[in-house]
Design a protein around this ligand. Sequence first.
Ligand code: SAM
Length: 322
Amino acid sequence: MTADSHGRAIRHVRISLTDRCQLRCRYCLPEEGVRLLDHADILRYEEIVAFLEVAVSLGISSARLTGGEPLLRRGAVSLVRDLARIPGLDDLSLTTNGLLLPDLAGPLRDAGLRRVNVGLSSLDPEAYREITRGGDLSVALRGLESAVETGFRPVKANVVLLRGVNEDPAPFLDLTRRLPVEVRFIEHMPVGPVPSERYRVPISEHRTRLDALGPFEPAERSRGVGPAEEAFRVPGAPGSFAVIPAASREICGRCNRLRLTSDGHIRPCLFSTREIDLKPALRPRPDARRLAELLREAIAVKPEGMPDPAAARGRGMSQIGG
Ligand code: SAM
């Protein structure tokens, strides 16, 4: 197990497959003017596999594929198959907007994926269309349902709390009454090129709103190696919910993750702009020894607490891998 300089065992990596997305969520991306990476700069699949093999040899046991929209990348299913076979990788999951899941849930599960998180910023079709700049909620919901029907467990719905968009938790609690889905109310994070603080809902405010809809009972915590959160359920509901204080310093002490951007940079902390370029160890062909050296360096420089979030303005979630 490789620990960072603050004694935290680093077990989890988020791998961004692409910086492209078919949505333009207002809190994540500007409508226009996003400079996309050149195709040649995006890691090839054999480079991602080589990276993860080395990461696992250093103690990483869990990986999540993300983006941009990871399912937009051609051949994502065959990449999942190759990654799922890596000995020592105990957990492979995916974060998606769900729009391509109606077609891909079955093939992804056959390829070895076991867990998915689907972004659902609203359960109101109009509000969803507005915040995603054109997304069709019915397709995202079909994607979520396909994941449940295909047997993914857990299936989580990521709800980034947004002022004026989804402050009312009631519709999401209804979703947990209907489906065995874990709703995760996630605090908005001050990252990226869009000045999106106006959307921010303090997590305490949301907890108060939830309390008014109780009582709830404790739910078993699902598999996941990220910052642990307590889960609850509406009595008798098949689904559950949790609140994630994602932008609070209180979770830094338990942070056990690294991020790999789609152009091959390791980002040891979401809130720090410091990145380590792995390309010299991946091209012209992967060099496992050099990769391990660079990964150890990235783990060593992981900051103890949250750097000034203002410094995280720069690459956005879709570019880093949310
Ligand atoms: N396209 C996929 C999706 O929609 O889930 C994966 C990439 S997206 C960047 C990953 C997650 O990051 C989404 O759930 C999105 O809501 C979240 N996200 C984007 N910007 C965020 C922000 N500023 N704070 C918190 N979460 C954010």
